[in-house]
Design a protein around this ligand. Structure first.
Ligand SMILES: Nc1ncnc2c1ncn2[C@@H]1O[C@H](COP(=O)(O)OP(=O)(O)O)[C@@H](O)[C@H]1O
Ligand SMILES: [Mg+2]
Length: 240
């Protein structure tokens, strides 16, 4: 379980996250929506422990990560995977090298074990056998999938997705959405998805949260969002 309690975060004295609270149960899939610049990526970086909040608690499996040493945080971070918005692949490494990177960082694997895991994760995202390819040879959708394989390398319990389908055509988008649902169904991975793609919101979420004024509004579901009669409905009708 992940629990955020009264989180505040400013950049250059400009408050972005303002008293935000959120509870995500194990195995749940939630989407976070809201206008560009409202703080969605910041929220994911806080959960991943890449940034620390100015105040508030972030409890991951019973431990407050905001108080942890950088060293202790590494162990928590190993259980959380993040698919960055741009996929953020290392262009100087092969596809296989990219997926192996988090495993090498963790260390302690026997010879051959990393290759097996890399092959398994690439297979999971339907990129089997792509180990020797260069990221530069890949299409946008393939880059996202390799980014996803890398995020999955350490078999995380929690996955954070930052705009996983933005900029992809409808077929590729559906493909990524199916993968998110599959990972959640088969591996019970808790999923937090930041997106403004309506198909993604409707297809992958148990609950949908709108970020407004640095907080999250009470959630809707794919069933209720169209008739909520508030900002959620405006959003889903394309007016936000
Ligand atoms: N590292 C940073 N330093 C200063 N300002 C930042 C930083 N990261 C984000 N911001 C600012 O915080 C606001 C929220 O950014 P972000 O979380 O990326 O929004 P979103 O993902 O919802 O589009 C934006 O105004 C952005 O310019
Ligand atoms: Mg963002």
């Amino acid at each position: 379980m992940i629990e955020l309690i009264d989180i505040w975060k400013s950049y250059d004295e400009r408050p972005i996250i303002r008293g935000l609270s959120l509870t995500v149960q194990r195995g749940e899939k939630i989407s976070i929506i809201g206008p560009s610049g409202c703080g969605k990526s910041t929220l994911l970086r806080l959960i991943l422990g890449l940034h620390r909040p100015d105040s508030g608690q972030i409890i991951v499996d019973g431990q407050d990560i905001t108080k942890m040493s950088t060293e202790a945080l590494k162990d928590v971070r190993a259980r959380i995977g993040m698919l960055f918005q741009s996929a953020a692949l290392f262009d100087s490494m092969t596809v296989g090298g990219n997926v192996a990177f988090p495993l090498e960082e963790t260390g302690g694997f026997a010879a051959g074990e990393i290759e097996t895991i890399v092959a398994e994760k690439l297979d999971m995202v339907e990129m089997a056998g792509a180990e020797e390819k260069d990221p530069a040879e890949l299409s946008g959708g393939q880059r996202k999938r390799v980014g996803l394989a890398r995020a999955l390398a350490r078999s995380p319990e929690v996955m954070l997705y930052d705009e996983p389908t933005t900029g992809l055509d409808p077929i590729l988008s559906t493909n990524i959405e199916n993968l998110i649902v599959k990972l959640n169904d088969q591996l019970h991975v808790t999923s937090i998805i930041v997106t403004h793609q309506i198909s993604t919101i409707l297809r992958v979420s148990d609950k949908i949260y709108m970020m407004q004024d640095g907080q999250l509004m009470p959630p809707q579901t794919p069933e209720t969002i169209g008739s909520a009669g508030n900002l959620y409905t405006t959003f889903i009708n394309g007016g936000l």
